[in-house]
Ligand binder design. Structure first.
Ligand SMILES: C[S@@+](CC[C@H](N)C(=O)[O-])C[C@H]1O[C@@H](n2cnc3c(N)ncnc32)[C@H](O)[C@@H]1O
Length: 209
């Protein structure tokens, strides 16, 4: 990706922040207690994992109409691997798998959002092509990605995500950023959407390594 200097995004809540910066009945008692303790320990471990990771943006979902445009701009094709960094309720992952027949992976730190995503993926029968990793998006490897989608705060994108993607992405991999650009890269295309149907404007940036 080529160095550049571009003007920044705009917007509402997320953008302002950017500017500011069983069944137990039949189970023997001991076994049930063990299951409970294991579940509690697992829950605590997962929460601890959440606590250690940097929060790179609050949860602020991309409208579905904009999700479709992000994936189209990214030229997502059937069978390609796409990662959504901070996947929220899984809407990008789900649309990528359902409508674009891609192999989609979301990484999300918030356990409740992961659970919501997994419930919806299971309801839609997309388990084979849509996956959610509960964890820190900075601790993953994106070397297999054909497309990466990003809707995170500017400081996170430019301070933490860009160096990681520079190191890991294979040649030809694409990145689509929503509203906040990668300042060190030159976009191949910038798409402005004046109104998403709810009176909000959006800017999408396409980059290629
Ligand atoms: C602005 S929301 C975008 C959600 C989704 N990508 C979308 O466009 O609808 C950012 C998401 O990143 C998640 N997030 C923030 N820091 C994270 C981290 N270090 N690792 C994984 N997810 C993170 C938040 O919990 C939130 O769901």
């Amino acid at each position: 990706m080529v160095p550049a200097g571009h003007a920044s995004g705009k917007g509402l809540r997320m953008r302002k922040e950017g500017r500011r910066r069983g069944r137990a009945g039949r189970m023997p008692g001991a076994r049930w207690l063990c299951v409970c303790l294991c579940a509690a320990a697992l829950g605590a471990g997962l929460r601890a994992q959440e606590g250690d990771a940097a929060k790179l943006a609050p949860y602020y979902p991309t409208p579905e109409t904009i999700v479709a445009q992000m994936l189209q701009l990214g030229g997502l094709k059937a069978g390609e691997r796409v990662f959504d960094l901070g996947s929220g309720d899984g809407r990008i992952v789900i649309m990528a798998a359902q409508k674009f027949h891609a192999n989609a992976v979301g990484v999300e730190i918030d356990l409740d959002l992961c659970r919501q995503s997994l419930v919806r993926i299971a309801k839609l029968g997309l388990e084979k092509s849509a996956r959610i990793i509960h964890g820190d998006l900075l601790a993953q490897n994106y070397g297999a990605a054909d497309l990466v989608t990003v809707y995170l705060l500017p400081d996170s994108i430019n301070g933490k995500v860009q160096p990681l993607l520079d190191r890991q992405l294979k040649k030809g991999a694409r990145v689509v950023a929503h509203d906040f650009e990668f300042r060190a890269w030159t976009p191949e295309k910038v798409q402005n959407i004046a109104d998403d149907g709810e009176g909000r404007s959006h800017t999408l940036y396409l980059y290629r390594k």
